[in-house]
Design a protein around this ligand. Structure first.
Ligand SMILES: [Zn+2]
Length: 128
């Protein structure tokens, strides 16, 4: 198929018909490296950035199985998965609730005279 493409292009160039994707073409070109080591010169399919021959036609996995395989291959430790982030958020909220309650208790003890206002400093001095 590529042979036909090249033959047609060559024939057209010999006839004087300009090649649509010639050296002055302003569009984005495929970024794939060819077997020769040179970049592929075919026009890229956006947003993939590759030509049809280098995976530009692929739109990625669509089936549930394929998406799961992709996620598994890209997951490193799983600390940032949706469920892990939700659990971390819940733990953080629990901590905020506990700290708020402790603060309320401390205020109550200070207001009712069970603790001095600077009890933390005294406590630190005791432990020294
Ligand atoms: Zn290409």
């Amino acid at each position: 198929m590529l042979g036909d493409f090249k033959k047609t292009t060559k024939r057209n160039l010999l006839k004087g018909i300009p090649w649509r994707f010639g050296p002055n073409w302003p569009g984005k070109r495929c970024e794939a490296k060819t077997i020769k080591g040179t970049p592929c010169q075919r026009p890229a399919k956006l947003p993939v950035g590759r030509c049809r021959l280098h995976g530009g036609a692929s739109t990625g996995p669509r089936t549930k199985d394929g998406l799961k395989r992709l996620a598994d291959s890209k997951t490193i430790h799983g600390r940032f998965t949706k469920s892990e982030r939700a659990q971390a958020k819940a733990r953080a909220e629990q901590g905020r609730i506990i700290r708020r309650e402790l603060k309320e208790l401390e205020t109550w003890f200070i207001d009712n005279g069970y603790l001095k206002k600077n009890w933390r400093k005294d406590w630190d001095d005791l432990l020294k």
